[in-house]
Write a protein that binds this ligand. Structure first.
Ligand code: DGT
Ligand code: CA
Length: 572
């Protein structure tokens, strides 16, 4: 149980007592206790076990804290909950709704869900209630929208730059010994709930001042000595924890998670007679380490496990057996295998794409435009494609420091045939085939379309194989086992599309595909130059999928990849 969980129970009790019209002093005592527990610099269990006092918490409340720690809840809290209707409790959970307002709304409308309350606010029915001002109604609406937004998980590609910006400002404006992003952002999950940051500084007060007044702050949720939380104007929560130097590694491990990984690590520690938590590694009461993250793994005779693997998907077992993968790195990536140019619906000229690729540090880039039947996306006629081939050849003759591959993202038509004949595909350095139509077809039809495309000797890879779009569209139905078997048999690669809303294949499917010996292509699917910077997101997916350098053909030099792609073309 974390300090925050204990505090939450006390806050709820205060709200419920207020609804019941209890003694204001008693209500205030619970709120103050909740605040103090939240701001406690140490684990509350430890403080209680050592018989120490917590400011603002007398004997009676102390007894209640102990009961929560022992049983996970409080009898009095459970009883109160039965006295107050759940609908009313739900209303209380909305920021901007205090106990009095909740009660008035509930009495008049008996509101049970957010959508109904939102509708009532929009119809200005709430401000017609006695004692509720127009401003309160507006705040409630804001609160509902925040809750709704907060329920969503957001794409990493949008959140990571924000997290990096916050880190940069903190580094610039405060004395910083160490600072790291933790949580799901550090593990590079495709979507995240919030941003967790750890910092070690000689001036924590200053850190909190800067953090709570960052330009992107919408609301300050809490400001404490060791932890503060803000919500950005966009409704995203960011938690910042100040950590002592000696605990930094242990805290970073703990707050990086995942929770499932942490639980397994703690179990393993117990077996070894050790205890690990966010404050360090302990043997009995003796602290034996925790300054560096590596120490935590070392204490358990494990090699360092990269954050992307910490999901309890076999990484601890692999570490024990010395079988952790040597994950592919961004530095090893030499090229991007899917960029659109002005020839189809991209914004950049061939030269501008090449320039951007050079800036990113790439050696080569494959320009893959849409094929002729995809008219909405400016699909190329065969003549245009031939013209593009000539322009790229001319470019390559005059440029030594960056090379272009002439590619196409060829449509897999409804019957599984391809949108260009083989004689045309043959002219390309790289062919990635994709489904852009007929998403509503049956699993068998969609699977067969992809299988047929893989049987074509000129198709090197399948673009965004499952078609899902994060937060917008589910994957279409496919028999992936069959697809993996076929990809492996034909030597067809599968794409990890690095566009922030696609990330398809995803991490777990890439891990499964790798077991079939399949190789991967990473492509940003960039339609504007800046989107080429999404490349690292594809690498994150690859890393979370346990892929190594040899699994991803983007790690090949220009000569190597040209040789590899040519070989594939002559298989059949
Ligand atoms: P998210 O925010 O849902 O995208 O995912 P996380 O993993 O960032 O989750 P979050 O922000 O709730 O917590 C950050 C880390 O703190 C989490 O990865 C592991 C650690 N943590 C949180 N709650 C617990 C817990 O109850 N037990 C343990 N062992 N670790 C926890
Ligand atoms: Ca998080």
């Amino acid at each position: 149980m974390r300090n925050q969980d204990v505090a939450r129970i006390f806050y709820k009790i205060a709200d419920m007592l207020e609804i019941k019209g209890d003694n204001p002093f008693r209500i205030r005592a619970y709120r103050r206790a909740a605040q103090n527990i939240e701001n406690l610099a140490e684990d509350i269990t430890k403080v209680i076990n050592q018989g120490r006092k917590i400011p603002g918490i007398g004997q009676d409340l102390m007894q209640k804290v102990k009961e929560i720690l022992q049983t996970g809840t409080l009898q009095m809290y459970e009883e109160l909950k039965t006295e107050i209707s759940p609908g009313l409790l739900d209303l209380l959970a909305i920021p901007g709704v205090g106990p009095r307002t909740a009660q008035i709304i509930y009495e008049h409308y008996g509101v049970k869900d957010l959508d109904t309350l939102e509708r009532l606010c929009l119809e200005h029915k709430i401000q017609q209630l006695p004692g509720i001002k127009a401003k309160t109604e507006k705040n409630i609406l804001k609160g509902i929208q925040l809750i709704k937004k907060g329920r969503e998980r957001r794409p990493l590609g949008l959140i990571l730059p924000l997290a990096e910006e916050i880190i940069a400002i903190l580094k610039k404006k405060c004395p910083v010994d160490r600072i790291d992003i933790a949580g799901s952002v550090r593990r590079c999950r495709e979507t995240v709930k919030d941003i967790d940051i750890l910092i070690c500084s000689s001036s924590p007060g200053q850190v909190m001042d800067v953090f709570t007044t960052l330009p992107m702050v919408g609301d300050v949720i809490a400001r404490g000595k060791t932890k503060s939380s803000i919500r950005t104007q966009d409704g995203l929560q960011v938690d910042l924890r100040v950590v002592e130097k000696d605990c930094y590694g242990a805290a970073l491990c703990y707050f990086t998670g995942s929770k499932a990984h942490n639980i397994r690590m703690r179990e393993l520690a117990l077996k070894k007679g050790l205890k690990i938590n966010e404050y360090g590694i302990f043997k009995g009461n003796k602290r034996i380490g925790g300054k560096e993250e590596e120490e935590v793994f070392k204490a358990m005779d494990l090699p360092y496990i990269p954050p992307e693997l910490r999901e309890d998907r076999g990484e601890i077992e692999a570490a024990m057996e010395g079988k952790l993968p040597q994950l592919v790195t961004m530095e090893e990536i030499k090229g991007d295998l899917h960029v659109h140019s002005k020839y189809s619906d991209g914004a950049g000229t061939i030269a501008a794409i090449a320039e951007k690729a050079k800036k990113i540090g790439l050696e080569w880039v494959a320009i893959c435009d849409h094929s002729r039947s995809l008219k909405v996306a400016g699909g190329l006629s065969i003549e245009d494609l031939k013209r593009k081939r000539q322009e790229i050849d001319a470019f390559n003759r005059t440029h030594a420091d960056i090379k272009l591959l002439c590619g196409t993202e060829v449509d897999i038509l409804n019957d599984g045939s391809l949108d260009y004949p083989d004689e045309v595909l043959k002219l390309m350095d790289f062919v990635v085939a994709a489904i852009h139509t007929g998403f509503k077809q049956s699993e068998a039809t969609l699977t067969n379309r992809i299988i047929k495309a893989m049987e074509n000797p000129y198709v090197h890879s399948i673009a965004h194989p499952t078609g899902r779009i994060i937060g917008e569209r589910e994957a279409y139905p496919l028999n992936l086992d069959e697809i993996f078997v076929k990809a492996s048999a034909t030597g067809t690669c599968l794409e990890i599309n690095a566009y922030y809303k696609r990330l398809d294949l995803n991490d777990t499917l890439s891990q499964a595909a790798k077991k079939h010996g399949i190789k991967f292509t990473i492509g940003t699917d960039a339609h504007i130059l800046d989107q080429m910077e999404f490349l690292r997101l594809g690498v994150f997916v690859a890393r979370r999928g346990w892929l190594e350098k040899g699994d991803v053909i983007n790690t090949m030099s220009y000569q190597e990849i040209m040789a590899f792609l040519c070989k594939r073309k002559t298989i059949k």
